[in-house]
Design a protein around this ligand. Structure first.
Ligand SMILES: [Zn+2]
Length: 509
C-alpha cells in the first residue's frame, strides 16, 4: 500500500475530515495512533508515521488514541485500489469476522492460498487478515464500552471475543486500561432506554442526506419503513429477533446518529455494519468526484449536488421482492402492493409507533398464497420461485464472492431479468462499479440509442459507475416531461426504474 505522504501531511495539518479513515497517523513519542481529524496538538512531521489502516498502525505497535477515537472513523473505502481478492476478503470479514475457520477458511473460500492472502493484505493494507479482524473487534468493543451501558460480559460477546477473560486481556493490552476505566473516562451521561443503543456513524463529507432521504422515501414500504421529517426509520430482523432503528444526520459532526432498539446485543455488530451499507458510509467522495466531473453531463450535477451516495439495503431479499413487485407498475402502485404484502404476511411488531411489521421472511413467501394480493399470476410465481431459491440457499446475499455468479443465479428465476438483477446487485452488494447497462432511463438521460453506446460512455466513469447511475436517474426523473425522440414517451408517474424494468424485462423474459 502506497500512501501519498504529501497528501497525508496536508490532510493531517489541516485536520481535513474528507480524509478521515483513509489513513491513520502514528505518533512516535506517545506510541498512539490517531485519525486525521484528531484535536490533539499536531506533532512534528519527523515524529509521525502514516498507515493505510488502523490494523497496520496497531501491528506496528501503536495504541488507539483515546481523544480522536479511531474506532469512530468511517470504514475503509474502495479508494484503496485493492485487488478484488482483498476487497472481497474485507467484505467477508465485515460480515462474519474470522470466527469460524480463521485465515485458512477465508483463503479457501476466496480460492487462494492462506500465505498468498496474507501477502496481499500486507501489501495493500499494511496488515494481516487476522490483525484486520482483531482491530475491528477491538474497535467495536471500544464503541460499545463508550456508547452503551451494556454490561462488560455482553460487550465481550457482542464484539466477538467469546469470553470475558480474553476481552479484558485484549482491552488492557491495547488501551492500558480496564474496560471499566475506559467507560468511566467516557462519562456516559445520556440516559438510554432499555435495549436501546445510540451509535454515531461517521462519514467523510460532503454527504447529500436529503438526496438519500428522497430516494428512500419514494420507495418506503408502509409498515416497515418510514421517512418522517429528516429521519429514516425501519423495522429490522436479525438472528431470530425483531427490532427497529431510526437514523438522522448530525451535520456538525459529519455523522449519522442511529438509534437501535434491539433485544439481543450479539446482533449489534451486524446491525451497525448493515446501517453503514444502507447509507454508503465508507464512500469516498474526494476520489469519486474527479472521475464523474470528466463527463460533461455529470459535471454540473457533481457541482450542484455534491456528496451523493448509492443507497444500499437492509436485506437483499426484501429489496429483490420490492423490485419484482414494481415490475410494470407505478412506484405508487408498487408501494401499495408492498404494504398489502407486509400486512398479510409480515410479522407484527409492537411499540414501534407507525412501524407495524417486519418484512415477511423467505420461508413465509415461498409458501404464501398470494392470489388475493392483486398481482398477475406470473409475478406471483416469480415471488414464490425466488423465495424458494433463497430458502434452498441457491440464492444468497451474504458471503458473495463474485457479482457475475450472483447475477446469473438471480436471472435463473423466471420473471427476473437482467435489469432487476443488476439493480438488486447494485444496491445489495455495494459494488461501486455496478451498472445496469440496459437501463432505458440512463440511455434517455444521455440521449444515447443503444446499451453498447452506453457501456462505451460509462468506461470513463469506472470504477464509480453506480454513482453515475444515481445521478443520471435524477436527471432522467426530471426530464420525464420531455422525452427524447429516440424512445417512446412514458406513462405519467412511472419512475425511471420501473419504466426501465418494464422495457428490458419484456425483452429478457
Ligand atoms: Zn488522536
Amino acid at each position: 500500500m502506497e500512501l501519498d505522504i504529501q497528501v497525508c501531511s496536508r490532510a493531517r495539518l489541516s485536520r481535513d475530515a474528507r480524509f478521515d479513515g483513509k489513513f491513520f497517523i502514528g505518533v512516535l513519542g506517545s506510541r498512539v495512533y490517531c485519525r486525521s481529524i484528531c484535536p490533539a496538538p499536531t506533532a512534528k512531521e519527523k515524529n509521525v508515521r502514516y498507515f493505510a489502516t488502523a490494523a497496520a498502525a496497531a501491528e506496528a505497535g501503536f495504541r488507539p488514541c483515546l481523544r480522536c477515537r479511531p474506532e469512530c472513523s468511517p470504514g475503509t473505502p474502495a479508494w484503496l485500489g485493492t485487488p478484488s481478492t482483498v476487497s472481497r476478503a474485507l467484505r467477508l470479514i465485515a460480515e462474519s469476522g474470522l470466527d469460524h475457520d480463521g485465515v485458512e477458511g477465508l483463503a479457501e473460500r476466496l480460492g487462494v492460498g492462506a500465505r498468498h492472502l496474507r501477502r496481499l493484505f500486507v501489501q495493500h493494507l499494511g496488515a494481516t487478515p487476522s490483525a484486520v479482524a482483531q482491530t475491528r473487534r477491538l474497535h467495536f468493543a471500544k464503541k460499545l464500552i463508550d456508547e452503551t451501558k451494556l454490561p462488560m460480559s455482553e460487550v465481550a460477546l457482542a464484539s466477538g471475543f467469546g469470553c470475558v477473560r480474553r476481552f479484558n486481556a485484549a482491552i488492557r493490552k491495547v488501551y492500558k486500561r480496564t474496560p471499566m476505566q475506559i467507560r468511566h473516562l467516557a462519562r456516559l451521561s445520556a440516559p438510554q432506554a432499555e435495549n436501546q443503543y445510540v451509535f454515531r456513524l461517521r462519514y467523510r463529507p460532503p454527504y447529500d442526506w436529503n438526496g438519500m432521504l428522497r430516494f428512500l422515501a419514494a420507495r418506503a414500504t408502509p409498515g416497515v419503513e418510514l421517512v418522517e421529517g429528516e429521519e429514516y426509520c425501519r423495522t429490522i430482523s436479525a438472528n431470530g429477533s425483531d427490532g427497529y432503528i431510526s437514523v438522522r444526520r448530525d451535520e456538525a459532526n459529519d455523522a449519522l446518529v442511529a438509534r437501535v432498539q434491539f433485544g439481543d446485543p450479539r446482533s449489534l455488530f451486524l446491525i451497525v455494519e448493515r446501517l453503514r451499507a444502507i447509507f454508503d458510509l465508507n464512500s469516498d467522495w474526494a476520489a469519486i468526484a474527479p472521475n464523474l466531473k470528466a463527463d460533461s453531463l455529470l459535471a454540473k450535477r457533481v457541482e450542484t449536488e455534491p456528496g451523493l451516495r448509492v443507497p444500499g439495503c437492509w436485506s437483499g431479499f426484501e429489496l429483490a421482492i420490492r423490485a419484482i413487485l414494481g415490475q410494470q407498475i407505478t412506484v405508487k402502485g408498487a408501494t401499495t402492493l408492498a404494504g398489502v404484502l407486509v400486512r398479510t404476511f409480515g410479522r407484527p411488531i409492537s411499540g414501534a409507533g407507525k412501524l407495524t411489521h417486519v418484512f415477511p421472511a423467505p420461508q413465509v413467501l415461498a409458501e404464501a398464497d398470494l392470489a388475493d394480493i392483486g398481482m398477475p399470476r406470473a409475478r406471483i410465481e416469480t415471488i414464490r420461485a425466488f423465495s424458494r431459491a433463497v430458502c434452498d440457499g441457491r440464492i444468497r446475499f451474504e458471503g458473495i464472492l463474485a457479482a457475475e455468479e450472483f447475477l446469473a443465479s438471480l436471472c435463473e428465476i423466471p420473471g427476473i431479468g437482467k435489469w432487476t438483477a443488476q439493480y438488486v446487485a447494485m444496491r445489495a452488494l455495494g459494488e461501486p462499479d455496478a451498472f445496469p447497462s440496459g437501463d432505458l432511463g440512463l440511455l434517455r438521460a444521455l440521449g444515447l440509442g443503444s446499451p453498447r453506446q452506453l457501456e462505451q460512455r460509462a468506461e470513463a466513469w469506472r470504477p464509480w459507475r453506480a454513482y453515475a447511475t444515481m445521478y443520471l436517474w435524477n436527471v432522467a426523473g426530471e426530464s420525464k416531461a420531455t422525452p427524447s425522440r429516440s424512445l417512446p414517451p412514458t406513462r405519467h408517474g412511472i419512475s425511471v426504474e420501473e419504466r426501465s424494468s418494464r422495457s428490458s424485462e419484456t425483452v429478457a423474459i
